[in-house]
Design a protein around this ligand. Structure first.
Ligand SMILES: *[C@@H]1O[C@H](CO)[C@@H](O)[C@H](O)[C@H]1NC(C)=O
Ligand SMILES: *[C@@H]1O[C@H](CO)[C@@H](O)[C@H](O)[C@H]1NC(C)=O
Ligand SMILES: *[C@@H]1O[C@H](CO)[C@@H](O)[C@H](O)[C@H]1NC(C)=O
Ligand SMILES: *[C@@H]1O[C@H](CO)[C@@H](O)[C@H](O)[C@H]1NC(C)=O
Ligand SMILES: *[C@@H]1O[C@H](CO)[C@@H](O)[C@H](O)[C@H]1NC(C)=O
Length: 443
């Protein structure tokens, strides 16, 4: 690890135009090299968690810093009919002066490296937006409604640190009603079990950044970031054997597939990604990504006792500009993009399409078994949020961290809180769907 802060880009100096010109004047090969090989290969997407209080419940009634917006009487669950036709994942960010709904004093679940206020992020406008779908409204998260819906249920996050980022955001969004108690069965911070006593609701997290069986073959490797053996057709049993009793699984993966890896199928090396070994075919990262997602869905579909809903949370793009993550790249914007200002393209588009294709495949197979698959299609909304990352405010200025400017994770509070709005909407639609299925069994 080394300090990479010596070539920070001054605020305001980086703009989209500059980035666009850089990209255009670069050959396609070079883009592949710079974007897919270097950006995240060295980025450790796991930081040790800071210590949580082991038990802590709160009604939120004592909070004076943030006034509660929702009350238990809001619990009535309503949903507008036009949501049937409306794609809630396509829209714009609009100002929301009421946000945020928690802060680092009211919520202890904020990960150290996403506690941007603590580390001096001077602006707060990035917290004050909400997502407005084209053609309908997405209500702001109502923690009482959410907890009512998940009463007696359980939800697991499976994936990488962006998934953990989402879980911690959810814990903070729920904290006005209740904090969970720690029911983890291991000391390993990558495998947490949280329990909401009043709602008999379990929230769990399973660390599996590649979703499949993986092993670090070398901690160095061609980019000094480790070389991983990925067994693309083998289940990662650390999570696949644990899911049977969960009602919801939120699956995510992406950023780790930038790293150099040897791809195994049938226990034989079939190729690699930037391993720089002779006689081994080099594949683009989507090769491993596609097979890994497919295997994850195969694992879910093969669990006889699993009856839950599988939710794929789509890839959230990162926003380095003016350089790569280790060459002065940073994310210094203060405002969201409008949807006409930026397009999903290049590797981001490839990763996204790979996910969608594998989702459709997994869903089809799952359907035969009576399993439900849903998309939490956050990619477009997050593409528009270059302003929501920690950048240099994920640690003290003099700290020796590898990812000095973090343009991958999301500040809390911040735009990732909107994923809870999306999630609640998805769960509400589920209720509507099953009510309709009961009323019109054949419809
Ligand atoms: C940063 O930390 C790494 C190990 O974590 C160490 O090898 C390196 O020398 C440190 N760099 C500085 C400038 O302290
Ligand atoms: C919360 O943020 C403030 C700055 O707004 C900082 O002074 C404080 O140390 C932070 N507290 C925690 C618990 O992170
Ligand atoms: C909690 O929910 C489970 C179903 O997930 C149920 O079997 C159990 O009886 C519930 N426990 C309590 C205390 O309500
Ligand atoms: C939750 O479980 C308890 C205990 O089994 C039961 O009494 C209650 O009706 C359940 N509530 C819901 C909403 O399923
Ligand atoms: C590559 O293949 C050739 C011919 O099969 C073999 O002689 C050579 O040792 C191989 N090199 C490596 C690094 O495996």
């Amino acid at each position: 690890m080394k300090v990479t802060g010596s070539h920070e880009v001054p605020y305001g100096k980086v703009n989209k135009l500059e980035q666009g010109t850089t990209l255009k004047s670069t050959s396609k090969t070079l883009i592949l090299v710079t974007l897919t090989l270097i950006i995240l290969t060295i980025v450790p997407l796991y930081y040790p968690l800071h210590k949580y209080p082991s038990t802590h419940t709160s009604t939120g009634a004592g909070d004076t810093t943030i006034s509660p917006v929702y009350h238990p009487q809001d619990e009535l669950i309503t949903i507008n009919n036009n949501h049937h036709k409306c794609d809630v994942f396509s829209g714009e960010w609009v100002p929301n002066p009421d946000a945020p709904y928690y802060n680092n004093m009211t919520c202890w679940a904020i990960h150290e490296h996403q506690n941007c206020q603590k580390y001096g992020r001077p602006d707060s406008d990035f917290m004050k937006w909400r997502w407005k779908p084209d053609g309908c409204d997405l209500p702001i998260f109502n923690p009482y409604q959410f907890l009512e819906i998940v009463r007696n249920k359980s939800l697991a996050f499976v994936g990488d640190s962006v998934g953990r980022n989402q879980m911690q955001s959810l814990i903070c969004m729920l904290s006005r009603v209740e904090y969970p108690i720690d029911k983890s069965t291991t000391k390993d911070e990558n495998f947490k079990h949280w329990y909401y006593v009043s709602y008999n609701f379990t929230l769990a997290t399973y660390w599996s950044p590649f979703l499949v069986k993986a092993q670090e073959a070398s901690s160095d490797g061609p980019t000094h970031t480790g070389l991983f053996n990925l067994y693309l057709d083998e289940f990662d049993e650390k999570w696949t054997t644990q899911i049977d009793n969960f009602n919801y699984l939120i699956i995510n993966a992406g950023h780790w597939f930038w790293r150099p890896a040897l791809y195994y199928v049938n226990k034989q090396v079939v190729g690699c990604r930037f391993c720089q070994l002779e006689n081994i075919t080099d594949y683009p990262m989507t090769f491993g990504y596609r097979k890994a997602i497919r295997t994850a869905f195969n694992a879910i579909n093969s669990r006889r006792n699993f009856k839950g809903i599988t939710i794929l949370r789509t890839f959230a793009p990162m926003h380095f500009e003016g350089g790569e993550w280790n060459s002065g790249g940073d994310c210094v914007r203060k405002m969201p993009f409008k949807s006409n200002e930026i397009k999903l393209e290049g590797v981001n588009l490839e990763l996204y399409m790979t996910q969608i294709e594998e989702f459709n495949r997994g869903e089809k197979i799952g359907k035969n078994r009576g399993l439900k698959y849903r998309l939490l299609d956050t990619t477009q909304a997050m593409l528009l949020r270059p302003d929501g990352h920690p950048s240099r405010y994920g640690h003290w200025p003099n700290e020796n961290v590898t990812l000095y400017n973090d343009c991958v994770h999301w500040c809390l509070p911040g735009p990732i809180d909107t994923w809870s709005d999306f999630l609640l909407h998805t769960l509400k639609m589920e209720g509507l769907r099953s009510a309709e299925e009961k009323a019109h069994p054949k419809g």
